[in-house]
Design a protein around this ligand. Structure first.
Ligand code: HEC
Length: 219
């Protein structure tokens, strides 16, 4: 009975990972995201802050929550993530006004808090690897997955300066981060999950010896 519970708990945790990793659309490249890879999440957070946050907010996230969840200490948070005027408790929003955004891009860049759920991890991963030069478009770019997108290829400098594998890894880390942002509680659940399993393991051992002790004189 106990063993079965432990096995089904393990399966549930594994299933969580598999679902997070697959989007299911055949035209998309699949990305393996892993919310337990803290280093990947930290790198994704840095890329997002440096390359995306100027246009896209993730308003349901606060800097200090992100720092706590991803093991970023306050010094690094202040020097690498916050502008001098910002506080750790601030929401991660954009400074640009909506009017300016409309004037510059024709559309307001959407908030990306829930994008990993609205699209899918595979979609984001494929999108950020599908930009190509198109001189006659407004931004100078087009995107094979999202034709006539109003967004320029903001990661161009990274793509140009790194190998294909390195660029894919950068985009994967960024996607991983957006999956975390879309459901921060998942990280907490993973952490609780581990303790539940450890507790159950210890419990089974105790139960086993207790049973032995009780039945000792019966046989
Ligand atoms: C210069 C401003 C700008 C920057 C920087 C920028 N974007 Fe965008 N992005 C836009 C605009 C504008 C749109 C809306 C395009 C449209 O609807 O045609 C958009 C759309 C998107 C979409 C599609 C949303 C949807 O489902 O409709 C995603 C995903 C996205 N951006 C991700 C990113 C990521 C990740 C980064 C950082 C690597 C980033 N963007 C950086 C301007 C920007």
């Amino acid at each position: 009975m106990m063993i079965r519970l432990v096995i089904s708990a393990l399966l549930m945790m594994l299933a969580g990972n598999v679902f997070a990793a697959s989007g299911g659309d055949e035209n998309l490249d699949s990305v393996h995201v892993n919310l337990r890879d803290t280093e990947s999440l930290q790198k994704g957070a840095a890329t997002f802050t440096n390359y995306c946050l100027s246009c896209h907010g993730i308003k349901y996230m606060r800097y200090n929550r992100m720092a706590d969840d991803l093991g970023i200490n306050e010094e690094v948070l202040r020097s690498n993530f916050l502008q001098p005027s910002q506080k750790p408790g601030d929401q991660m929003t954009v400074n640009m006004s909506e009017d300016d955004a409309k004037r510059w891009f024709g559309v307001v860049p959407p908030d990306l808090s829930l994008i990993a759920r609205a699209r899918s991890p595979d979609w984001i991963y494929t999108f950020l690897r599908s930009f190509r030069v198109e001189e006659k478009s407004v931004t100078g770019w087009n995107n094979d997955l999202y034709p006539d997108v109003g967004m320029p290829h903001v990661l161009y400098s990274i793509q140009q300066d790194t190998t294909r594998e390195e660029y894919d890894k950068t985009v994967r880390d960024l996607t991983n981060f957006l999956v975390y942002v879309a459901e921060p509680a998942k990280l907490v659940r993973y952490n609780i999950g581990i303790w539940v399993l450890i507790f159950m393991g210890i419990f089974i051992i105790c139960a086993y010896f207790l049973k032995k002790e009780y039945w000792k004189d019966v046989h």
